[in-house]
Each structure stands twice: as structure tokens, then as C-alpha cells.
Design a protein around this ligand. Structure first.
Ligand SMILES: NC(=O)c1ccc[n+]([C@@H]2O[C@H](COP(=O)([O-])OP(=O)(O)OC[C@H]3O[C@@H](n4cnc5c(N)ncnc54)[C@H](O)[C@@H]3O)[C@@H](O)[C@H]2O)c1
Length: 278
């Protein structure tokens, strides 16, 4: 890929560890000369009344992220903690970027969470509580709105920049493994992509797109989903090209984030063509 990203800065969310799908995107941007800001779930000033266990979890999550970033991307990468369930954390993050003089040419939304997926079991939708439903929506879908707004309000997301979000075929169809509650949140995420593509295109010439990727078990989010291992094998066999790899996803994400064309409001598939199957 021969884009030159010298002088351009991109925000990458959603790196948990070396297996996170956001990591190869970050690597590609660096290899093309771009600068990176990376965020991860971590303890912030806005976390009140947390148990010691929850504090320990957030601290460990952020430390693991810092290790992965240092080892895989180098120490020059700028990092911030960000919890998208907390408005204060999101607005503080935008303000911090502004204060540090950082302007973004785009950002990757690679964030999802669903508490109905536990110990390798996915709860039937009929049993999902209001809190579980809202929680998955909040983290996996609404965060695309709230983060975009904070970055615009703090004047760090440039005019003409680009936003890309990671999605899955389960947003639209019943897939070969249970996806359920998170599928509903992914459907909302994709609808939000359309709405923001229209609004932000008109107001700021900002492009907004999503990419549906093949099932992938190596990451924490993927590894938790019931039956995903079997789905990986099934989709690999059923798709014309076999499952797409994280590197294929990264190439498309970088194309959408960095290409200067007028592509917006797209839901792309990087899945070896699996989506054309009936
Ligand atoms: N693994 C797959 O099979 C697959 C397939 C298609 C799309 N995706 C999507 O790709 C994206 C990345 O997933 P992944 O497979 O790399 O797993 P991952 O676990 O590495 O990434 C999920 C990220 O969401 C972050 N997150 C969760 N709650 C958060 C919060 N409150 N605030 C901030 N961040 C929060 C986690 O910290 C983590 O970094 C997700 O949107 C996922 O749905 C995954």
C-alpha cells in the first residue's frame, strides 16, 4: 500500500493485547509513516465506588495494553485510558487531546462488550435483562456517537477526516453460532454508521464506514463467544476464499481511514466472501 501518512495522526481504540484486531491496523498506520494515539479500558478519575476487584481489573487491563503497545508499536505511541460507558472519561479524553495539541485525521472504533456472553455461553435473547441489553448497546454502539461528538466538540477531529468501525455479519443475519444480544447492538452500530455518515459528511466532510470481519477466536472478545471455533472452521470451508485474516482487515481499515475518496456510509465485508452464501 503506497499511502504516505507522514504528518497524519489516527486514534486506535480497542487494543487489549497482541491478539486484538485493532493492533494490525495500528501497525499498518505506523508502517506508512502515520502517528498513533491509542486508548484502552483503564482506571480513570470518573470511576467512583469501584470494588477493589474492579479497580484491579481495570489497572491490569490498562497495564497489559501498555505492554502490548510498547512491544508491538513502540514507546513513541501516545496512550490514554478511556471507558466509553462514562461521559466524563470520553469528554476528558477529547479535552486531553486538545490540550496536548493533537489533531486527528481519523479514528478506528474497535470496541464491543456484551455481558450476556459468559463462560462460553450466550444467553438467549428472550432472557436478556434491560441492563444487559443497554450495556451492550452503550459500549458497542452508542460509543460511536459519544466518542465522535467528544472529538468534534474538543475540535480534535479534523474536517475531512474518517471514522471506521468493526462489525460482523451477525448484525444482519442469524449466523452459524449464537450472536444474539451483541448482534442487536451491532445492527444499531451499523445504523449509526449510516446516520453519522450523513450528518458528519454534510457538516464536516467526515466519512463514516464499517467493516464486517470473519469470525476470529484469538482475541478476548472473539474467544468468549459460544461456538465461534466451530464457526471459524465452517466459514473457512464455506467462503470462496477462506476466512479473512487480521491483516486483510487492517488493509481495508487503513484504506477507509486514509483514502481521500468519497466513500462513506458503507458496510464492507472482509470475510473471504462468506457473506454471499445463502
Ligand atoms: N473476534 C471476532 O470474531 C470479530 C469479528 C468481527 C468483528 N469483531 C469486532 O472487532 C472489534 C474488536 O474485537 P476483537 O475481536 O479485537 O476483541 P478485543 O477483546 O481485543 O477488543 C474489544 C475491545 O473493546 C474494549 N472495550 C470493552 N468495553 C469498553 C469500554 N467500556 N470502554 C472502552 N473500551 C472497551 C476492550 O477493552 C477491547 O479492547 C469489536 O467491535 C468486535 O465486535 C470481532
Amino acid at each position: 500500500m503506497d499511502y504516505n501518512l507522514n504528518g497524519k495522526t489516527f486514534l486506535i481504540t480497542g487494543i487489549t493485547d497482541k491478539a486484538s484486531l485493532a493492533l494490525p491496523v495500528a501497525k499498518h498506520i505506523l508502517s506508512l509513516g502515520g502517528r498513533l494515539v491509542c486508548t484502552a479500558l483503564g482506571l480513570t478519575d470518573h470511576h467512583d465506588n469501584l470494588s477493589d476487584k474492579a479497580k484491579e481489573y481495570l489497572t491490569k487491563t490498562y497495564n497489559d495494553f501498555k505492554v502490548a503497545v510498547n512491544e508491538e508499536l513502540g514507546s513513541s505511541v501516545i496512550t490514554y485510558p478511556l471507558d466509553v460507558t462514562l461521559d466524563g472519561s470520553i469528554t476528558d479524553f477529547g479535552k486531553a487531546l486538545h490540550k496536548d495539541g493533537i489533531q486527528l485525521d481519523g479514528y478506528l472504533h474497535s470496541i464491543a462488550m456484551d455481558k450476556t456472553i459468559r463462560a462460553g455461553v450466550v444467553k438467549p435473547l428472550i432472557e436478556v435483562t434491560r441492563e444487559e441489553f443497554m450495556g451492550a448497546m452503550d459500549v458497542s454502539a452508542y460509543s460511536l456517537i459519544s466518542l465522535s461528538r467528544a472529538l468534534l466538540e474538543s475540535s480534535v477531529l479534523k474536517k475531512g477526516s474518517s471514522i471506521a468501525a468493526f462489525s460482523y455479519l451477525g448484525a444482519e443475519k442469524i449466523v452459524v453460532h449464537p450472536y444474539k444480544n451483541i448482534g442487536v447492538a451491532k445492527a444499531a452500530l451499523e445504523r449509526i454508521v449510516f446516520e453519522l455518515a450523513f450528518e458528519l459528511g454534510k457538516s464536516h466532510q467526515i466519512r463514516v464506514n464499517a467493516i464486517r470481519f470473519s469470525p476470529y477466536t484469538a482475541s478476548k472478545a472473539g474467544g468468549a463467544i459460544q461456538g465461534l471455533g466451530e464457526a471459524v472452521a465452517y466459514c473457512n470451508e464455506a467462503s470462496p476464499l477462506g476466512n479473512a485474516l487480521p491483516n486483510d482487515l487492517a488493509l481495508e481499515a487503513v484504506y477507509l481511514l486514509c483514502h481521500a475518496g468519497r466513500i462513506t456510509g458503507e458496510i464492507r465485508h472482509v470475510d473471504g466472501g462468506y457473506h454471499i452464501r445463502g
